[in-house]
Design a protein around this ligand. Structure first.
Ligand code: GDP
Length: 466
């Protein structure tokens, strides 16, 4: 069965200067030609004579209803012949005035003429299916659309240009090269010299495993740039977490009361630090409770901590014993922490504050949200951390996403097994199996070896018309 020709409105809903309807597939030209009356140029009435159509040329004219001949709107139409188009199929883009009724009327005519409505991301999926882009580049397109900072645009553009794809192809090439030598020595033991196991193990480590580990590290180092920097404000109940959140985002987002346990869910909002947007999360106060809703809220606090790049651990500086508040450091793992000693207005002499020994080496600052003491210094301290995280090695450009990182981790696992197999003189067949599995994981990244479910999941995050 022929692949259907698809169509969709490619521009956002609502009135605007220009709206675009995109048609892709073998019938794109034959659907568009009968509804377009060019002002000067002549188009062949028979779409089979498509060599008479100039590709990538803007034609000016009118879109008409082919059944009644009534004019619908003035238009610029571009015909793009396969394979030199976004989808690598024949594509027509119709630019008209952007009113929802105009666009819907034209889209309906296109659908009545035999096109099917495109699903989310279907144009990009076709570009992937026809091999014009690999899966990392398809993902880069959604990254570009959703980018919020100039740095994340750069990272997506580098992914789209194929920098990461090339790196993955090099890894695959090296893996296949080593594997083919191992397989030759399994299949033709008499004809092929016995492989030099030390050099194979070394090649696997230096040419493949080490670069893979570097890519995983890059994902971890740059995650904040890709997915946005996240800060969780945590602490015991009533220490001033919500007050701090509201002060930082400059609005009354979280409820501030004297009653402990008011914030029961994680409340998130965005604040800018030196121009970098940061997601701030105000969390439920951590303490022992039997209240079922509070227990759920505290679990969410722990979840929020795990996905954070920085923790603000808020402490009431007026308490006599810091130990119970500081013990929350047990929950923060390796995530950087700033100790925020709030309510300093209630302390007669702030020089007398003695933090427990385990706090040495952790940045701390005494503030009062209520009396706005030291708030600018706190902002500077946070901004410094955010900025440092954004200054990671920029020579690479691209940043792998979480899907790539997981596949790389799986591949590294199989490679480690293969290397230890060689070192322990296991049969070459077993080593070859691990290497094939490692290649399979690499192929998940590019999309050579990927299930339809995962493809559906990736392309469903696109908008219709892309
Ligand atoms: P949370 O439970 O940790 O989110 O704490 P809240 O932000 O709801 O604040 C609890 C109480 O502490 C409220 O009555 C606040 O007005 C008060 N509070 C917050 N910050 C300060 C401060 O810097 N000094 C003083 N004296 N009180 C504060």
């Amino acid at each position: 069965m022929d692949t259907p020709t698809i169509a969709a409105i490619a521009t956002p809903a609502g009135p605007g200067g220009i709206g675009i309807i995109k048609i892709s597939g073998a019938r794109a030209f034959s659907i568009a030609i009968p509804m377009f009356r060019p002002k000067k140029a002549k188009l062949p009435s028979n779409p089979l004579l498509s060599d008479q159509i100039s590709t990538h040329h803007l034609y000016y004219g009118f879109i008409v209803n082919p059944e009644t001949g009534h004019s619908i709107d003035e238009a610029l139409v571009v015909f793009m012949k396969a394979p030199n188009s976004y989808t690598a199929e024949d594509v027509v883009e119709i630019q008209v005035h952007s009113g929802q009724a105009i666009l819907m009327t034209i889209l309906n005519l296109v659908l009545r003429s035999g096109a099917e409505l495109a699903g989310p991301g279907e144009f990009t999926r076709r570009a992937f299916m026809h091999g014009r882009i690999d899966l990392t580049q398809a993902e880069a397109i959604i990254d570009l659309i959703l980018s919020r900072t100039s740095r994340s645009i750069e990272a997506a553009a580098s992914l789209l240009s194929g920098d990461f794809k090339t790196r993955i192809e090099e890894l695959r090439f090296n893996l296949c090269d080593v594997l083919s030598r191992i397989e030759a020595s399994i299949d033709f033991p008499d004809e092929v010299e016995e492989i030099e196991k030390i050099s194979v193990s070394e090649r696997l480590s230096t040419e493949i495993l080490y670069p893979i580990l570097n890519l995983i590290k890059r994902y971890e180092d740059c995650r904040a740039i890709r997915d946005g920097f996240k800060i969780s404000i945590i602490g015991r109940p009533n220490v001033g977490k919500s007050s701090l959140m509201n002060w930082l985002i400059k609005k009354e987002r979280s409820i501030v009361t004297d009653i402990p346990g008011t914030t029961r869910d994680v409340v998130e909002d965005v604040a800018m630090f030196r121009g970098i947007p940061v997601c701030l999360a105000d969390t439920a106060g951590i303490h022992i409770t039997h209240d079922a809703v509070e227990i759920l809220g505290i679990e969410k606090t722990f979840e929020s901590i795990r996905s954070s790049d920085l923790i603000l651990l808020v402490i009431n500086s007026a308490v006599s014993d810091f130990e119970p508040e500081i013990s929350l450091l047990d929950k923060t793992g390796s995530i950087p922490v700033i100790l925020v000693l709030n309510k300093i207005d209630l302390v007669a002499n702030s020089d007398n504050i003695n933090l427990p020994e385990r706090c040495s080496g952790i940045s701390s600052i005494a503030i009062s949200v209520k009396n706005e003491i030291n708030m600018d210094a706190l902002v500077e301290l946070i901004a410094e951390q955010v900025f440092q995280k954004s200054l990671v090695d920029d020579r690479e450009g691209f940043i792998p996403n979480v899907r790539h990182a997981r596949a790389l981790e799986k591949s590294a696992g199989f490679l480690r097994k293969a290397i230890s197999g060689i070192d322990n003189a296991l049969p070459l067949e077993l080593i070859a199996m691990d290497m094939r599995d490692a290649i399979g994981c690499i192929d998940e990244i590019s999309g050579r070896n990927i299930s339809d479910d995962i493809l559906d999941h990736i392309f469903n995050s696109f908008c219709i018309g892309k």
